[in-house]
Ligand binder design. Structure first.
Ligand SMILES: O=C(O)CCC(=O)C(=O)O
Ligand SMILES: [Fe+2]
Length: 275
């Protein structure tokens, strides 16, 4: 079954406002992801987009030598800053300093934060230290742009000892002419079982970083997903500005990109941890 065929089947696609917190919780735990159509305020999203465009425009005229100097700086903060610029991942801590406001306003203003608190009343919600923007374009890699990423779970990179919800918010239309996002609609426990999650860790493999050794990461390669019958669970929705896809740190996801997606895409990954 192709991605398009899968999306014709029952998918967790809801209009924001027509969904109650309990159904959201059940949906995200059982499918790994829930689409919240129209949850983001287009005015605020345009403001965030403009702030980021201004930021990247400034750096596109920075001489390469200055960037290289920053990347090699002996000051870890300076190095971290230039790494963010180079990868086009501006973390919220840096965005706040430069723009004077936070990506988290997107989830606070829309009521998503309170909604999540009602869905998980036993948990304390905290802002994740890993909350960043991303700019993706297909084809030739350009300075300050990221390339499409393959299937992974965020828990293999950040943390696997707690649940975290990523409110994935594109700042322009995507999924048709610009790269979107694709998820495997598999529940949290089923995904952990499929990836043989082992908090104690397996023997690390060459190239492993973060918590990769705690999962059988090779099982996320496309042919292996297909072999296990998970191809039909891939969902690659189209997004309008304001549509937010919530998914967990245990949900398999990848950039949805095809050669015909000639437009770039900018997005924000607003992660809320459940302690
Ligand atoms: O935006 C993308 O293409 C990938 C996003 C991703 O991996 C994430 O938000 O965790
Ligand atoms: Fe990710």
């Amino acid at each position: 079954m192709t991605v398009t065929e899968a999306s014709k089947h029952s998918v967790p696609d809801f209009k924001w406002g027509a969904l109650d917190p309990q159904t959201f919780r059940k949906g995200i735990m059982e499918n790994g992801a829930v689409m919240l159509r129209g949850a983001g305020d287009p005015v605020l999203l345009a403001r965030v987009r403009q702030s980021l465009v201004e930021l990247f425009t400034k750096y596109s005229t920075t001489p390469q030598s200055e960037i290289e100097r920053g990347l090699k700086s002996s000051d870890p903060l300076e190095r971290d800053y230039w790494e963010q610029i180079k990868l086009s991942h501006i973390f919220d801590r840096t965005f706040k300093r430069l723009a004077g406001y936070s990506y988290y306003e997107i989830v606070r203003q829309s009521g998503l934060w309170k909604f999540l608190a009602r869905a998980f009343p036993e948990a304390e919600l905290t802002e994740s230290p890993s909350c960043n923007c991303r700019r993706v374009s297909v084809g030739e890699r350009r300075e300050f742009w990221d390339s499409p990423v393959e299937f992974h779970v965020d828990a293999q990179v950040f943390y696997d000892h707690k649940l975290s919800i990523n409110f994935w918010t594109p700042l322009n239309e995507c999924g048709a002419t610009a790269p979107g996002l694709e998820v495997v609609l598999l529940g949290v426990q089923d995904t952990k079982a499929y990836l043989e999650h082992n908090p104690a860790g397996y023997e690390p493999r060459p190239g492993d970083f973060g918590h990769m050794k705690n999962f059988r990461c090779a099982k996320m390669q496309l042919p292996v997903l297909q072999e296990h019958g998970l191809g039909s669970k891939r969902w690659a929705p189209e997004f309008d500005v304001g549509d937010i896809l919530a998914f967990t740190n245990f949900t398999m996801h990848a950039t949805h990109s095809t050669a015909s997606m000639t437009e770039p895409r900018m997005s924000v990954e607003i992660r809320v941890d459940l302690e």
